[in-house]
Design a protein around this ligand. Structure first.
Ligand code: NAD
Length: 465
């Protein structure tokens, strides 16, 4: 669905009304219905693989391999939900205290209603479909607003959802900031937003007007700390991969390296070696290297090339929105490149002499989405985990943590709130309703007025010592 100007307001509220009606019919509460819809979604992704690959190629020059690994692989989340949905949705019995007997306690997951999913442009297919899986599994109706900066993928998503689903159940609303703002005026039962910290604040302020709960999947500067006790080749390979897939436009890409000075030269030599092995002598001609999404982002990134000493890469081409995989040495924590999330293929390197200094650099900044540690040393790993806060941690690898359905994915502080993936997606889109079910039998009068002479009994029941 593509909306223009004044049409936006009435069309989006009509759409929400029709989704409310659909939700009120109770259809989505049926677990078999949800399972059926998840299967349809999986089939839709499989049947449209070629179109999805083409859309991402057009938007980001995303290599087919990366599209398959990081966008289409979202079907694994569907399989996981299909396998576990019945147990997630089952009421959970809980123990109740003696004074509440006879009776029983349970927690029941119920769908929230009509939810809004707003996506970012860097993984523009997966970042919309993955939360949608949670919304469907939990029994909601959903409206998706993909990013206008990946217009081909946005259109592909809109076509796909419209072809396989009733818009009164699931719909895509395409458009720019104006469309997004109009949607945010409406009342939803949850807003799931993926994007920048700055826009996250706008989304949360709009949601507050309706007391709508929000999940904010934001960004940040994810540090990568490299100790001496490592397999340096494997570490370099995994850092190069995690930093330069999608040309660095990955929310959990290692943003900067903090490396023990003793192995800095060795690490940099290996990083150089693997950049060359992955993308050849001239990455501009590699079929496996993506492009920067648009001119605005391109110029923002090239401005960051001023500080330090470029030791690898640095070549740019504005017409092609190409920035070579770039590594910059001799960076200080005060440089401009260390003040904002890079979100592109530029890797600054800072050497440290002792771990306390490295931790201090991390803790001077807002809490990041991811934190990477390369070390075999358990004490080193623990010291960092215990003295820093981040959305998640991955030890001896990069980016792979987001592919584990049993690990909730989300930020903390400036990098976001709430989480998803696997059961966390189901929980995010559910309300957990507490139910106390009492029997009519044994109606002791210890709690009823008149209270005279009942206080000592109450104290015994409450058990205050
Ligand atoms: P963005 O915040 O500019 O845009 C995200 C969405 O918000 C888009 O759909 C856009 O149309 C909408 N939007 C933009 N301005 C708006 C406004 N004023 N009012 C209402 N809606 C508005 O983010 P982006 O540039 O698409 O993505 C980059 C950011 O997203 C980075 O910071 C990155 O780290 C983060 N990100 C986070 C995750 C995660 O899972 N935590 C994943 C991908 C990207």
């Amino acid at each position: 669905m593509h909306l223009q100007n004044k049409e936006i307001s009435s069309t989006s509220s009509n759409l929400i009304d029709s989704q409310r009606e659909f939700f009120t019919s109770g259809k989505t509460k049926n677990i078999d219905f949800r399972i059926e819809q998840l299967k349809i979604l999986k089939q839709a992704v499989i049947e449209n693989e070629t179109k999805i690959v083409a859309a991402l190629k057009a938007d980001l020059n995303k290599p087919q391999f990366e599209t398959y690994a990081a966008e289409i692989s979202v079907t694994k989340e569907i399989d996981y939900a299909l396998k576990h949905l019945k147990s997630w949705a089952k009421p959970q019995k809980v123990a109740i205290p003696l004074e509440q007997m006879p009776g029983s306690g349970s927690i029941c997951a119920e769908p929230l209603g009509v939810v809004l999913i707003i996506g970012a442009w860097n993984y523009p297919f997966q970042l919309n479909i993955s939360p949608l899986i949670g919304a469907i599994a939990a029994g909601n109706c959903a409206i998706i607003k993909p990013s206008e900066y990946a217009p081909n993928t946005s259109k592909c998503l809109a076509d796909l959802i419209a072809k396989y689903f009733d818009p009164a159940y699931l719909a895509v609303v395409e458009g720019d900031v104006e469309v997004s703002q109009e949607l945010l005026q409406q009342k939803f039962d949850r807003i799931f937003f993926t994007g920048s910290t700055a826009i996250g604040k706008i989304v949360m302020a709009a949601a507050a007007k309706h007391l709508t709960p929000v999940t904010l999947e934001l960004g940040g500067k994810s540090p990568c700390i490299v100790d001496t006790d490592i397999d340096i080749e494997v570490a370099a390979r995994r850092i190069v991969w995690g930093k330069f897939i999608n040309a660095g436009q990955t929310c959990i890409a290692p943003d900067y390296i903090l490396v023990n000075r003793k192995i800095k030269q060795d690490l940099l030599a290996n990083i150089k070696r693997y950049i060359q092995e992955f993308y050849g002598d001239n990455p501009a001609t590699s079929p496996d290297y993506a492009r920067i999404i648009n001119q605005k982002q391109f110029f923002r990134l090239t401005n960051l090339l001023q500080a330090g000493e470029i030791i690898i890469g640095g070549e740019t081409n504005a017409t092609e929105r190409y920035i070579a995989p770039t590594v910059i040495d001799r960076i200080s924590p005060e440089d401009a490149i260390m003040q904002e999330e890079i979100f592109g293929p530029i890797l600054p390197v800072i050497a440290y002499d002792n771990l306390t200094d490295a931790i201090a650099i991390i803790n001077q900044k807002p809490k990041p989405l991811a934190l990477y540690i390369f070390s075999r040393d358990r004490n080193f790993q623990q010291q960092i985990c215990q003295s820093t806060s981040s959305g998640g941690v991955c030890i001896n690898d990069t980016v792979m943590q987001c592919g584990v359905s049993t690990l909730p994915f989300g930020g903390v502080g400036d990098s976001g709130m709430g989480s998803y993936h696997g059961k966390a997606s189901f929980d995010t889109f559910s309300h957990f309703k507490s139910i106390l079910n009492k029997s009519f039998r044994l109606d002791f009068n210890w709690r009823y007025a008149p209270y005279a002479e009942k206080l000592s009994l109450l104290k015994q029941v409450i058990g205050l010592k």
